[in-house]
Design a protein around this ligand. Structure first.
Ligand SMILES: Cc1ncc(C[n+]2csc(CCOP(=O)(O)OP(=O)(O)O)c2C)c(N)n1
Ligand code: SF4
Length: 546
């Protein structure tokens, strides 16, 4: 739809995620790779809808997990082309091996790793701060404070990546990723790179003798990266007349600060949107003011480093560590106002604006009927034996089901059930969705196959990544073959249809397989209601258009 209109308009109203996507398209990208995860999903969804991306055949299919996405993007960079890999913050844990090592191999075509953090855990297991990964890997980090910067930073990030031959981490947070802002796009759309091999033929071979040299090189680049940050168009020193306080505000925190100072801030302010930290800019501030306040979304990343740079026994550094700003959760303009000692005129309570509803299964969801049968069967064994995973099916932790006992990280259901069975907790049961299974459950199942572990794995196959919006599951129609291929005894691979009238059959099958003293896999298979409704609507629309 949008693109033709968009091109006419040039000024677009985009989510931060969409600004990254459009930025990539305009900056001569050849491929987007990623695995869905809130709040990053809309980057690839935007590219999938873009007629321009289709016309240019920009790669835009989902990957099986974040590690495969990261590696494919690195492969595209190896071949000389520009790529973006997208994921949510915990996805970077999965991709970490490839990401950290990609800083040592370096890149050829520009490579941006766009990671969206979820402070306050709106839809996540934790609120980890991806900037630590960038520092750990010694890569530059960009952190937009608004949607325009998100767009511009993709162009800039590719230039930086190709100049230093390093991956660049682009850190988004929920409120940037999921809110809209005006974005001026460029007329000067870049051409894609041609396929071109790296100049150094062994650059990507991380044998110790090569890796040692490359790691040393990476370290020698660091002063140059600090200089880039000091001169970055995204980092700025704003002078202020009242030097009793100096403020450092990074990413969206700068936006919140500006909302509180519509006439401009009376204190000197350093805006940070590029790391490593701009040392000279920070030193200037520290020398000039009596005390420093750090405003940042996420962990006290800047604050901790400042305490290492400067003598905070002489000049107090305030922020999340001393309690001036709450230690956990996301910021908002009111929290920033409080940290500034300002009175708050309007207090918005989320529940005043949106009625808070507990999350629940959609009506008719197959997971409901699966859990009804599972609960009935497990009743005789007692509580505490069901290891679940991450997806819509995790909602069974809540009332009225109270059916599951763990949800840790993607794939952990299979391996935790195995460990518990090894410990003698018999029966042990694992529950995983089809996408989570292909993401990270397969390898754990192979562990169980090798030892014929006495456990039962339920793979809830709804042909969709339900929780993140119904993206296509990687192994649609193939789960059974995969399980067989891994070596599970075909006599103990059972398929059921999780609908009310199959309740007794499910109870029978679950009872048999849970009682079986070896490894069994049961696949409740029924399409996600939401994707079903969408599919039927599209079919009707297509029919009507004929
Ligand atoms: C490492 C990681 N990547 C991505 C996510 C986001 N996420 C949560 S659940 C899920 C997959 C859910 O799909 P599926 O397993 O098929 O279950 P369904 O929601 O369809 O029931 C994803 C991608 C995450 N929580 N952790
Ligand atoms: S989105 Fe699909 S899988 Fe998730 S609760 Fe709704 S019907 Fe079930």
């Amino acid at each position: 739809m949008e693109k033709e209109k968009q091109n006419d308009m040039k000024r677009l109203l985009l989510l931060g995620d969409e600004a990254v996507a459009q930025g990539g398209i305009d900056a001569g990208i050849s491929g987007f790779y990623g695995y869905p995860g809130t709040p990053s999903t809309e980057i690839i969804e935007y590219v999938q809808r873009s007629p321009e991306a289709k016309e240019r055949n920009i790669h835009r299919e989902w990957s099986v997990n974040e590690k495969t996405a990261m590696e494919a993007a690195l492969g595209m960079s190896y071949a000389g082309k520009r790529a973006i890999v997208t994921m949510k913050h915990v996805g970077l844990n999965v991709a970490a091996d490839a990401f950290v090592n990609s800083a040592i191999t370096g890149v050829n075509g520009g490579l941006i790793v766009a990671v969206a953090d979820d402070p306050s855990m709106h839809s996540s297991q934790n609120e980890q701060d991806s900037r630590y990964y960038g520092k750990f890997a010694f890569t530059p980090i960009l952190e937009p404070s608004n949607q325009q910067e998100a767009y511009d930073m993709v162009h800039y990030g590719f230039e930086l990546s190709e100049k230093y031959q390093l991956p660049v981490l682009l850190r988004l947070t929920t409120r940037i990723a999921h809110s809209r802002g005006g974005v001026q796009t460029t007329d000067a759309v870049k051409a894609e790179n041609k396929v071109k091999l790296p100049d150094d033929p062994v650059q990507f071979v991380l044998l110790p003798s090569i890796a040692k040299k490359r790691y040393a090189n990476l370290l020698t680049e660091q002063p140059g990266l600090v200089e880039e940050s000091d001169n970055s168009p995204f980092n700025k020193y704003f002078d202020g007349s009242d030097k009793s306080l100096g403020i450092i505000a990074s990413g969206i925190a700068f936006n919140y600060l500006m909302e509180n100072c519509p006439e401009g801030c009376k204190h000197p302010v350093v805006k940070i949107s590029q790391y490593p930290l701009p040392y000279n800019m920070l030193k200037k501030l520290f020398d000039e003011v009596d005390e420093v306040l750090v405003l940042e979304e996420g962990y006290p990343f800047v604050e901790e480093q400042l305490r290492g740079y400067f003598n905070y026994s002489l000049k107090p550094i305030k922020g999340r560590l001393d309690g001036t700003v709450p230690r956990t959760g996301e910021l908002n303009p009111n929290i920033v106002a409080q940290a500034l000692g300002q009175s708050i005129e309007v207090v918005y309570n989320q529940s005043d604006i949106v009625r808070v509803r507990p999350p629940q299964f959609c009506d008719g969801c197959g997971h409901i009927f699966f859990y009804k049968a599972l609960n009935e069967v497990m009743e005789k064994y007692g509580k505490g034996r069901v290891f679940a995973d991450i997806g819509c099916y995790t909602l069974a932790a809540l009332s009225p089901f109270n059916a599951i006992n763990s949800c840790v990280d993607m794939g952990a259901s299979v391996t935790m059930a195995k460990g518990a069975a090894d410990a003698g907790l018999i029966p042990s049961v694992a529950v995983i969705g089809d996408s989570t299974f292909t993401h990270s459950g397969i390898t754990g199942l192979l562990d169980a196959v090798r030892e014929n572990t006495n456990m039962t794995l339920f793979i809830l196959d709804n042909s969709a990544v339900g929780m993140t919006g119904g993206q296509k599951s990687a192994a649609e129609g193939k789960i059974e073959d995969i399980v067989k291929g891994l070596g599970v005894d075909p006599d103990h691979i059972r398929i059921v249809n999780p609908i009310p009238k199959e309740h007794q059959t499910m109870v029978q099958v679950f009872s048999e397989e849970i009682a079986y003293p070896g490894l069994s896999v049961v696949i409740p298979r029924r399409e996600c209601v939401q994707t079903y409704i969408r599919r039927i609507k599209m079919q009707k629309k297509a029919k009507a258009a004929k």
